[in-house]
Design a binder for this molecule. Structure first.
Ligand code: UGA
Length: 335
């Protein structure tokens, strides 16, 4: 299937609608956010370059509903190659080269391009283009808990950050760009540090997706290290809600702009316990295959999410057992 650029109709009512730009709109979180914004009445312009990190077909499936929607426009482009972006009320910047463990060696070139250069292009445009900067109410950047590294728990935004993966460094650099464009140009940025998001459409390289599919297929589950590492898993709907809340909260709130916020599910669990929970949710037993620890993986993550609650009233709603149940049902339903 070849996705064509198409645009929604233009009447006066459309001019009054809130307009959002979603970068990485074909990805796991970007496509779910796009669907949510369309359902909420936004006009959405999506940008995605359909990078080859994983199968294009999966991304096209993610976008299938949006492509049928009259208020959605897709721009298939590489942000780094773009000079002009649409003037919108809200930017949600999710486009990125993902993957903590794949960011070593020459691959880092892709991480610097997609995770640092791309956001700099966007921020600079929204800082200097008169019409676009005037219209913009909020620029929400999708950051990552990987900026912290192996620090004292729970992870709090005012603690030292010391990433242990090149990927984490690239996400942290982008947070700094968000801050400095707020400080110098008043681009109203907010950085959200997601803690291992899971749920329908999760990327194929991520743990829960791989574990559930392997267990359902009766195939071995690959565990990095001894499986005692923990993650504060966050359900997709909670991550999407955080984006909406961070965008729509009071624009003049200087406690929000230029700031970073943990978006963690309050579901800290070890990989081994997670696998047992998936066994319960699927009614199948896992065959375990332990391999070595992966460079770049942190041992533990655990968010103190109090700042997001105080800043824009966000807290996680979906507990891990409920989230797993929903995810297994989605996979069982044939994706
Ligand atoms: C995830 C995302 O991939 C990053 O893009 C994101 O920035 C990061 O969360 C974050 O929230 O900061 P990660 O926590 O490594 O990174 O997520 P998974 O790939 O789902 O791994 C979760 C856990 O399962 C890790 O401890 C990992 O070591 C383990 N794992 C993963 C395995 O044991 N085996 C696998 O095959 C995959």
């Amino acid at each position: 299937m070849n996705i064509e650029v198409k645009s929604g109709g233009g009447n006066r009512l459309d001019d009054l609608r809130p307009k959002a730009l979603v970068t990485g709109c074909a990805g796991f979180i970007g496509s779910t956010l796009t669907d949510r914004l369309l359902a909420d009445g936004f006009e959405v312009i999506g940008i995605d370059r359909f990078s080859d990190y994983y199968n294009r077909e999966l991304k096209e499936q993610n976008l299938a509903a949006a492509m049928q929607h009259p208020r959605f426009t897709l721009i298939e482009e590489d942000i780094v190659e773009m000079d002009v972006f649409p003037a919108v009320d809200y930017v949600f910047h999710l486009a990125a080269q993902a993957g903590v463990r794949a960011s070593w060696g020459r691959s880092f070139d892709i991480y610097t391009r997609d995770n640092i250069q791309a956001i700099q292009r966007l921020l600079d445009f929204f800082a200097t283009d008169t019409e676009a900067s005037y219209r913009l109410k909020r620029f929400v950047y999708s950051s990552s808990s990987s900026v912290y590294g192996d620090i004292e728990l729970p992870m709090r935004e005012d603690r030292m950050v010391q990433p242990v993966s090149p990927y984490g460094v690239s996400k942290l650099a982008a947070e700094h760009l968000c801050y400095l464009y707020w400080k110098n140009y008043h681009v109203p940025t907010v950085s959200l540090r997601y803690f291992t998001v899971y749920g329908p459409r999760q990327r194929p390289d991520m743990g829960i997706n791989k574990f559930v599919r392997a267990i359902l297929a009766g195939e071995p589950v690959t565990i990095y290290g001894d499986g005692t590492q923990t993650r504060d898993f966050t359900y997709i709907d909670d991550a999407v809600e955080a984006n909406v809340a961070a965008a729509l909260c009071d624009t003049n709130n200087s406690n929000v702009c230029g700031e970073t916020f943990n978006i963690g599910g309050g579901n800290r669990i070890s990989v081994i316990d997670l696998i047992h929970a998936i066994e319960d949710a699927t009614g199948r037993s896992a065959i375990l295959n332990h391999v070595g620890e992966q460079k770049g993986d942190v041992q533990d993550t655990w968010a103190d999410a109090g700042k997001a609650e105080r800043g824009f009233g966000w807290s996680a709603k979906v507990r891990i057992l409920e989230g797993l149940k929903r995810y297994v049902a989605w996979i069982d339903g044939g994706d």
